[in-house]
Design a protein around this ligand. Structure first.
Ligand SMILES: Cc1cc2nc3c(=O)[nH]c(=O)nc-3n(C[C@H](O)[C@H](O)[C@H](O)COP(=O)(O)OP(=O)(O)OC[C@H]3O[C@@H](n4cnc5c(N)ncnc54)[C@H](O)[C@@H]3O)c2cc1C
Length: 428
């Protein structure tokens, strides 16, 4: 029976990065993916923060598939008729210098997996891993249908479901509030329409985040819009528990968002060509015992590596960082000839320097984002203030401080506002 140094379960960004790094170091790597092609079943909003691509490949490889580089960012507060945005445009962005790219998972994941193959990993698609293969309390491979494949260790990069980690007992306490649901629609337009309507030069892209109306004014909700080359991705991210208590349906929220006057004029004449939904980790436990086991490491969404600090969604770069660090730990453990939790522990130590520290740095934001004033009172206040600021209703225009005082009356006290701003400021 063939035996591998490491089996990586899942060819998403975490798995393919882990396979690439391990194979590049000369280890024998089996990368297993349940979909017929990497990325086929994967869902995300659209933005890849590029720092991990640069680190892995010493720059942005010419063949990396991306739709547009992000040159324009918007953070918008929306009610049912109005939209107040903070708009940032950077003419210095370019494919070489951009901080982030808009990409399609079917292309990006396939490309990353092909990089792992080129480095020597064996990619097998259409194979679902059912369970870990255990011997003497240590993971020594995987079980898939009637097959058993053995390895020195396994990297769980399955995404948010983390079934292998759960079967080993590394994830037990999954609560509804530890996940969000993300729903996305892709709308086809022409490249020219997108450039024109979003004021973009060729190749430039927009990444926008919306708070308020699109999430039904529910706590910890948000919406996004990303411009691809000739399509636009829009979607809503929300906590399922909030939906249930508000008796709302997520597909209804996405549709309301698409039909909002601000969005519908941007998407005019477009055709919805894709609809997809996926879970997102939301503050799941990330202690050593959740990430490092005997013969197993847990990476990416499976390990909870996701940051949403209210204005960014970061999963892909965190998945790549944790996949890379997991592979480095496997390489070191391989050198020691042992894959026990103790030998693989350098994963946790290495992560503590970077990816894990990054997640933990923003951990406080999750309680801040459960404050529903950020999703109801403040978006409405922002729209009212913007309208007041820009309108001239004859003589007697009020100063900003008077307008603010009047708009706040009966909605939020000055102390509460100050405390909320402070909590956001401290955690974002
Ligand atoms: C709506 C939405 C919007 C998002 N927007 C963004 C964004 O704009 N930017 C960003 O950085 N992140 C975003 N994210 C988060 C991002 O998609 C994830 O954090 C990231 O994909 C995690 O990568 P991963 O490799 O850990 O898992 P995944 O990408 O989920 O990959 C896991 C892979 O494992 C495979 N697999 C699963 N189980 C098995 C099994 N048993 N056997 C074999 N294969 C298996 C799957 O088919 C899949 O290919 C978003 C997520 C959602 C849902």
């Amino acid at each position: 029976m063939e035996r591998f140094d490491v089996i990586v379960v899942g060819a998403g960004p975490a798995g393919s990065t882990a396979a690439y790094t391990a194979a590049k170091a000369g280890l024998s790597v089996l990368l297993l993916e349940r979909a017929l092609s990497p990325g086929d079943k994967n869902v995300f909003g659209g933005r890849v923060y590029a720092h991990m691509v640069r680190r892995l490949f010493s720059g942005i490889p010419e063949d990396m598939p991306f739709e547009r580089f992000v040159a324009n960012e918007r953070l918008c507060f929306m009610d049912d008729a109005r939209c107040a945005c903070l708009d940032f445009y950077n003419s210095g962005a370019s494919p070489e210098r951009a901080d982030s790219f808009v990409a399609r998972r079917s292309k990006f994941d396939r490309w990353l997996a092909s990089r792992a193959e080129e480095a020597g990993a064996l990619l097998v698609c259409g194979t679902r891993v059912d369970a870990p293969f255990m011997e003497d309390g240590q993971v020594k491979g995987i079980l898939s249908s009637s097959d058993r494949i053995e390895a020195g260790c396994v990297i769980d990069a399955e995404g948010v479901t983390a079934t292998i980690a759960r079967k080993v007992g590394m994830r037990t306490d999954i609560l509804p509030r530890q996940f969000k649901i993300g729903v996305k629609e892709t709308v086809r337009l022409t490249e020219e329409h997108i450039n024109e309507r979003f004021s973009l030069a060729n190749g430039e892209g927009t990444a926008s985040v919306f708070v308020g109306y699109p999430g039904g004014y529910l706590a910890a909700s948000g919406a996004f819009l990303y411009t691809n080359r000739d399509t636009v991705s829009i979607g809503v991210v929300i906590e399922p528990s909030g939906l249930v208590s508000a008796k709302r349906e997520v597909h209804e929220l996405v549709e309301n968002f698409r039909l909002h006057p601000y969005i519908s004029r941007l998407l005019r004449g477009g055709e919805v060509i894709e609809y997809s939904a996926h879970m997102i980790p939301n503050s799941v436990p990330m202690e050593r015992e959740n990430l490092v086991g005997n013969g197993i490491l847990v990476t990416g969404d499976a390990g909870g590596f996701f940051i949403n600090n209210g204005y960014t969604y970061r999963g892909v770069d965190m998945a790549m960082a944790s996949g890379h660090e997991a592979a480095r730990a496997v390489i070191s453990a391989h050198g020691r000839g042992s894959f026990t939790s103790e030998a693989l522990g350098v994963y946790y130590d290495g992560l503590c320097r970077e990816a894990l520290m990054e997640v933990k740095r923003f951990e406080g934001i999750y309680s801040v984002l459960r404050n529903d004033r950020f999703f109801s009172t403040y978006p409405l206040l922002a729209c009212d203030l913007a309208e007041g600021l820009f309108s001239v209703p004859g003589f007697g225009k009020k100063k900003l401080k008077v307008m603010l005082r009047e708009e706040m009356k009966g909605r939020v006290g000055i102390t509460t506002l100050a405390m909320d701003i402070l909590s956001m400021y401290r955690n974002m």
